[in-house]
Design a protein around this ligand. Structure first.
Ligand SMILES: Nc1ncnc2c1ncn2[C@@H]1O[C@H](COP(=O)(O)OP(=O)(O)OP(=O)(O)O)[C@@H](O)[C@H]1O
Ligand SMILES: [Mg+2]
Length: 215
């Protein structure tokens, strides 16, 4: 399975989600490769700290840039069971070219109007990519949402997404929790962090089920 976590907005939690998905997938015994296409290299740093801390299972990570990405991803897909691509927070060659070879795209957005506006561009990018990759499934994940139960941000986003043919709303919501930052710092997934943040672990597990679902 080739999964892309991307979007045109910075800081929405793409790397957090990509690294969690990679580690959780590896924990089930699958042979996973994380591809970091962002020059900032945060996913790669995460994988390095995981290695330095000697955390197992190891999560292999490579950095790849430029328009040769689709060919490289296809080659790597024959060597790994799963590939998770972390694309940086802007419209880039990497984001556009990864869209051509990925099976599922997840776009984390923070439930603020400014983030929601960037979905117009994502809708167009997915539309273009579908000419080459007709089976592409694209979902928006509400990420870093408030933990205050009186804030109903997801309803607004769901309504807005009705206008987009190519983007569906993910059922899982990832909330802003300090545990995600703690886990990331040590090269861990939220499932491995001790003491466990039950709510964070449960919501990430739901997302995992949605991302890999039937696979
Ligand atoms: N659900 C969350 N709860 C708390 N903190 C979070 C959450 N998601 C991400 N963060 C923190 O917010 C910052 C940005 O997150 P992250 O690097 O995952 O975003 P990104 O979309 O990959 O950013 P960029 O566009 O720069 O690549 C990081 O410090 C991260 O630890
Ligand atoms: Mg990132």
């Amino acid at each position: 399975m080739i999964i892309l976590i991307g979007g045109e907005k910075g800081g929405t939690g793409k790397t957090t989600i990509a690294t969690n998905m990679a580690a959780m997938r590896a924990l089930t015994g699958r042979d996973v490769l994380l591809i970091d296409t962002d020059p900032q290299g945060s996913a790669n740093y995460w994988a390095q700290s995981r290695d330095e801390e000697g955390i197992t299972p190891r999560v292999a990570c490579v950095q790849k840039f430029g328009k040769g990405l689709p060919k490289e991803v296809q080659d790597l897909a024959s060597r790994y069971e799963d590939i998770i691509i972390d694309a940086g927070g802007r419209d880039s060659i990497e984001l556009r070219s990864a869209l051509v070879v990925t099976e599922r795209l997840f776009v984390p957005i923070q439930p603020s109007q400014f983030d929601i506006w960037t979905l117009n561009q994502m809708e167009e990018l997915v539309d273009t990519a579908k000419a080459f990759n007709p089976d592409l499934v694209a979902k928006v994940i509400i990420s870093r949402a408030s933990t205050n139960p009186s804030v109903h941000e997801s309803n607004d986003t769901a309504k807005l997404l009705n206008d987009f043919d190519n983007l569906d709303l993910s059922e899982s919501i990832i909330r802003d929790r300090i545990a995600y930052r703690k886990a990331a710092k040590d090269g861990l997934s939220i499932a491995e962090l001790k003491p466990k943040d039950q709510k964070a672990a449960a919501e990430m597990e739901l997302l995992y089920e949605e991302v890999f679902g039937d696979e």
